[in-house]
Design a protein around this ligand. Structure first.
Ligand SMILES: [Zn+2]
Length: 67
């Protein structure tokens, strides 16, 4: 099962990820911000992560993963 998660890092950058939640919805993944390297815990296994570059405009994060 897929879900879309949008979150804001503590530094203010907004990210969006399509997540694979599978049969264990409480699965969580820790992702690191590209700018400040703060960790955020999100639900599921993220795929196709994007960052917001302008109001409503999203750009793919290189590699599709924040690690
Ligand atoms: Zn950040």
């Amino acid at each position: 099962m897929r879900s879309v998660t949008v979150w804001a890092c503590v530094c203010g950058v907004r990210y969006r990820a399509i997540c694979q939640t599978g049969f264990i919805p409480e699965n969580k993944t820790e992702v690191a911000c590209l700018r400040c390297e703060s960790f955020t815990l999100i639900a599921g296994i993220p795929q196709n992560i994007s960052e917001e570059v302008a109001e409503g405009d999203w750009r793919s994060v290189p590699g599709g993963q924040l690690q």
